[in-house]
Design a protein around this ligand. Sequence first.
Ligand code: ADP
Ligand code: MG
Length: 360
Amino acid sequence: MDYRKELTTSRINRRELFIRSFSFTRRNNFFVILFFIFIFSFFSCARDESSRIELALGTVCSVTLYENGKDIVFDKIFSRINEIENLMSVNINSSDISRINGNAGLTPVQVHEDTYKVIKRALYFAEISNGAFDPAVGPLVALWGISGDNPSVPSHEKIIETLPLVNWRNVIMDNQEQSVFLTRTGMALDLGAIAKGFAADETAKIIKNEGIARAKIDLGGNIIMLGEKKDKSPWRVGIQNPGGSRGSIIGILRIPEKTVVTSGVYERYFEENGAHYHHLFSPSLGYPVQNGLLSVTIITGVSTDADALSTAVFVLGYEKGISLLESFPEAQAVFVFEDNSVSVTGGIDFMLTDKLFYIK
Ligand code: ADP
Ligand code: MG
């Protein structure tokens, strides 16, 4: 028996059946028209919403426009994100940050106004967090190799030697010259904890200027939900399970137009001799922070601030972090701890969905 023939025949039969079931008669014309209206509106809805995903800022950047998602708008957004990366990345030799670092202890470096603005804001957060947030953390990040392919635990002596180089007070800014100077050789800026937030804010500006009413910006977990949903219900944003696979969540935030930014031990880490070393450093001790926290999520209006705050509050720990947040009445927070407890600040709409966690 020829099985191929058998297969083909049965296919033809099915096709005939399919065509027959859709053959038109006057009687069901009405339903046919309804059907085409449904198909048309389905596809036009799908065209309304469009996304673009690109690798930038050392992470996955995705932008979804829920209306008017023209290529030209996405081009504008991603060229702005790339521009920011080219100014602020420590991994690009020609960036403002690399030039500042290369001239540490030598000479001030004039920088782009964006870079100047972000460093200024970073120093503000360094000051109010008493140095828990420190954009001069570069030498520690390099010593641990946490951003590269071969991270490892450095010797305690090396860490002690490096600590004096990590000090935001030795970053001198000149408003007139728009220049930045690191006073000691070996110092280095690292804007990894704030630049993505700035890029998200700049993306939001472009989208608003285009008159687009609804959008989602997600730059490596720096999220901004713009505008409101068509049905006016709140946006829903999941909080990542720090120990789970990417995308698995412990609960859902319901928010109006806001930014949601998380700093967590799971974002970048390595394991050595059974211990977990992550990328959020204590600038005073030189080691990854260990204070019982797994993640801190900040919900507020400005993503640059939320990005800096999530790192600052994580490094400060729960009690000091809460008191820092008192100076930001608009900001709310979700804390996830090693013992699976979760703490949320007042006024937040958060629903726990993972039964392994519990609200404190
Ligand atoms: P992510 O970049 O994963 O979203 P963060 O915004 O918290 O998380 O930024 C972490 C990055 O910030 C680190 O990879 C490092 O480059 C830098 N960093 C680490 N510790 C500090 C600190 N105490 N203050 C400022 N920046 C830090
Ligand atoms: Mg941050």
